[in-house]
Design a protein around this ligand. Structure first.
Ligand SMILES: Nc1nc2c(ncn2[C@@H]2O[C@H](COP(=O)(O)OP(=O)(O)OP(=O)(O)O)[C@@H](O)[C@H]2O)c(=O)[nH]1
Length: 367
């Protein structure tokens, strides 16, 4: 039956490819084949929606602009100096408490008193230097120049303070570092509804001030003078993995955050003339590009000086040598805080100090 049906089928049209007729047809349609589809049928390609057309235009411009973008060259050495984390906030907001908790979480060491920068090994490839910023405009200006990450503490019962706005404004002038907000004193608000509303409004205000999507952390309470372990753990993990864009000015100029200083002027000279010129040794990680001998330097608040000598010292807080293990062990979680009274043996230009950390060590309030 099927065979019969096939037999009845009409012969299909066969297009001529050669011969007089084919040549004639090709001659006739020659101009049509030269045209593009858009030229042949312009109506099909006209835009029907202005919004869609605008989107297409913006997208193509974005792609073009991206091609022009010059990639930032990271000039950091193989083992880069620690990233600077500044803790900013109004008076009595809990900066010292937060720093103490973070350091305890990273290194398992309790610092009774925090003075000056504290450097720690935060991970297999990461070192951090924490600095508490005083509520002083000069301090803020100095720190804004060097900070890589800024933690802004906000008291939920009070809201964002004037000092924070000032600091953000200063940061903008120096090329903004990575900024993260931390909301604390949440335990002071007992009403759940009020708390929820406050969290929402402060988050909104914070994002208006910075950028949409800026991270705001919540520290819900304090127990025995310390924030909740879990929250601090999350926060420190977040800080450890934070990435920041190298700022061009910083990566092309040498600068040092002084961890420790020492006056090595002859005491006899000082006794004879208390206002004599002093010889001072400054210790710290050189950031940006290397420092040269005899280089002119500016010390904020002191003036311009020339370096007499620069010497290389072993890293007081080195990263672990092996990179195989999954996490750091207790020995590798080093801390270097020369002004705060930890660090064990300290070598100076003229002496060696051993920190015994006895029973009367640190805590002043107990005496
Ligand atoms: N209830 C409550 N108290 C807090 C919280 N955070 C900090 N505090 C308390 O606030 C007080 C001040 O904390 P500090 O860490 O000394 O504040 P600070 O910002 O370092 O203070 P200054 O350096 O003097 O400006 C301490 O008694 C803390 O226990 C919090 O989230 N809730």
């Amino acid at each position: 039956m099927a065979e019969e049906f096939d037999f009845d089928k009409k012969k299909a049209h066969k297009k001529r490819h050669a011969g007089r007729k084919a040549e004639k047809k090709a001659e006739k349609n020659k101009h049509v084949q030269d045209l593009t589809a858009k030229q042949r049928n312009p109506k099909a390609f006209a835009f029907h929606s202005a919004v869609k057309a605008q989107r297409t235009f913006v997208r193509s411009q974005d792609i073009k602009a991206k091609k022009h973008h010059i990639p930032v060259v990271d000039r950091a050495p193989l083992e880069p100096p620690p990233a600077v984390v500044a803790v900013v906030g109004g008076p009595k907001v809990g900066k010292s408490t937060l720093l103490r908790c973070l350091i305890k979480n990273y290194t398992n060491q309790r610092l009774s008193e925090i003075n000056g920068p504290v450097t720690i090994v935060a991970g297999k490839k990461k070192k951090l230097t924490f600095i508490e910023v005083n509520n002083d405009i000069n301090c803020m200006i100095d720190i804004a120049k060097v900070a890589d990450i800024v933690l802004i503490l906000i008291d939920a019962t009070f809201g964002i303070e004037m000092e924070v706005f000032e600091f953000l404004e200063i940061c903008r002038a120096h090329g903004s570092p990575r900024i993260m907000g931390i909301l604390n004193h949440l335990d002071m608000m007992k009403d759940n509804k009020v708390l929820k509303k406050k969290k929402k409004t402060l988050k909104h205000r914070f994002q208006i001030e910075l950028y949409p999507g800026a991270k705001l952390f919540f520290l819900s309470g304090i127990i025995h003078g310390e924030y909740l372990k879990n929250e601090i753990k999350n926060l420190s993990r977040f800080i450890s993995v934070m990435k920041f864009r190298p700022l061009t000015w910083r990566s092309t100029h040498p600068y040092v955050i002084v961890d420790r200083y020492e006056d090595i002027t002859n005491p006899e000279t000082v006794r004879l003339n208390p206002k004599c010129d002093r010889d001072v040794v400054l210790y710290g990680y050189v950031r940006g590009v290397p420092l040269q001998k005899n280089q002119a330097v500016h010390i904020p608040g002191c003036g311009d000086f020339r370096l007499k000598d620069v010497s290389f010292l072993p890293d007081p807080c080195p990263l672990p040598e092996q990179l195989k293990k999954r996490s750091l062990n207790a020995k590798e979680r080093l801390i270097y805080a020369p002004m705060s009274g930890v660090g064990g043996v300290v070598y100076d230009k003229d002496a060696v100090y051993i920190d015994l950390g006895g029973s009367h060590h640190g805590n002043k309030n107990k005496v």
